[in-house]
Design a protein around this ligand. Structure first.
Ligand code: NAD
Ligand code: UDP
Length: 336
């Protein structure tokens, strides 16, 4: 299949390009590189021994998108491109809504004009907001608590409406929990700009000596050790979820929504301890106050994707830690 991957130079996109190329698909990447480096794509090709085609295009640039669809017969789109920082979205909501929502709407318009109606979309567990109960299944209430999460929910709504209006649209909405880790080769991985917001890249940067210590946001949650619980899922399992979703859409068209997680939650202290064991490095930490907007506990009910697609996460916390450490120790400053 000839697949257009938007945001393919980014963290999850680059790992998914590896999976697609290894499965024999033809890959075209569109990315404006606002949060990534073209190096990731060079390494994807080095790793797989296969070529992909890259266009530095902003999704908001309708003319360039049209030119691309005019010249290449795209069969399906995996749509990762988007801004993803929760904190930044609170301060810059218009930037988030414009980039994420308008960008997706422009993409869909151009797709429809070219009769391309299959899309796998990167949604997020943030659409659930503060969960009432765990594990969280796909029918749980949707109540995102920040503009980033609301942009994801808006896009989900737009895509469902598109399908309702025109049944040619085949759409998989994948709600990722906490993608972490890296390709075991150590060639590609997560390379955040500036100080990381997320737990895993923060820990790996402490381990490599770029940051002095981890701040743990709260130890007074109602969990076993008081620290927050999340469902960390290996990025290669997440990547495989996309090819599974494409297979499903080819066999049984429609609009589907799946959680992508392991179904198991770990506290922050459990992650620190697993990471210390895998890396052999001590992670100094201090307990600080809770981070605004954080929930105590979030993990997925993964029974739907298991029963419908046969997808289950194969890699556990030890592999997530080992691969994250392998990447960071081989590339202390990421792609730069
Ligand atoms: P990332 O920032 O590494 O990748 C996103 C890519 O999109 C980047 O390469 C960026 O340059 C590109 N991009 C952004 N806006 C663009 C635009 N207007 N035009 C063209 N390219 C653009 O992020 P990621 O972690 O790989 O996440 C991929 C997707 O998954 C995002 O949509 C994100 O919201 C979603 N998601 C990520 C997580 C996570 O924890 N990483 C969790 C849930 C959902
Ligand atoms: N966390 C932390 N220190 C950090 C970053 C995160 O203690 O520097 C905690 C956070 O409070 C949450 C968990 O680690 O309980 C995962 O946070 P992350 O930002 O990676 O994911 P999200 O909260 O978006 O699910």
């Amino acid at each position: 299949m000839r697949i257009l991957v938007t945001g393919g130079a980014g963290y999850i996109g680059s790992h998914t390009c590896v999976e697609l190329l290894q499965q024999g698909h033809e890959v075209i990447v569109v990315d404006n590189l606002c949060n990534s480096k073209e190096d990731s794509l060079k390494r994807v090709q080095e790793l797989t021994g296969r070529k992909l085609t890259f266009f530095k295009i902003d999704l908001l640039d309708r003319k360039s998108l049209i030119d691309l669809f005019d010249t290449l017969s795209v069969e399906a789109v995996i749509h990762f491109a988007g801004l993803k920082s929760v904190g930044e979205s609170v301060n810059l909501p218009l930037r988030y809504y414009h980039n994420n929502v308008t960008g997706t709407m422009l993409l869909c318009e151009v797709m429809a004009e070219h009769n391309v109606t299959t899309m796998v979309f990167s949604s997020s567990a943030t659409v659930y907001g503060e969960p009432k109960t765990v594990p969280i299944d796909e029918n749980a209430p949707l109540a995102p608590t920040n503009p980033y999460g609301r942009s994801k929910l808006m896009i989900e709504t737009v895509l469902k409406d598109l399908h309702a209006a025109d049944k040619r649209w085949n759409i998989a909405l994948l709600r990722y929990f906490n993608p972490v880790g890296a390709h075991p080769s150590g060639l590609i991985g997560e390379s955040p700009q500036g100080i990381p917001n997320n737990l895993f890249p923060y820990i790996t940067q402490v381990a490599v000596g770029m940051l002095s210590k981890l701040s743990i946001f709260g130890d007074d949650y109602p969990t076993a050790d008081g620290t927050g619980i999340r469902d960390y899922v290996h990025v290669l399992d997440v990547a495989r979820g996309h090819t599974k979703a494409l297979e499903r859409l080819a066999e049984r068209p429609g609009v589907v929504t799946y959680n992508l997680g392991t179904g198991k939650g770990y506290t922050v202290l459990e992650v620190v301890s697993a990471f210390e064991k895998s890396s052999g490095r001590k992670i100094p930490y201090q307990i600080v106050s809770r981070r605004a907007g954080d929930s105590a506990e979030s993990y997925a009910d993964t029974s739907l994707i298991k029963s419908e697609l046969g997808w289950v996460a194969e890699k556990g916390i030890d592999e997530m830690c080992a691969d994250a450490w392998n990447w960071q120790s081989k590339n202390p400053r990421g792609y730069t």
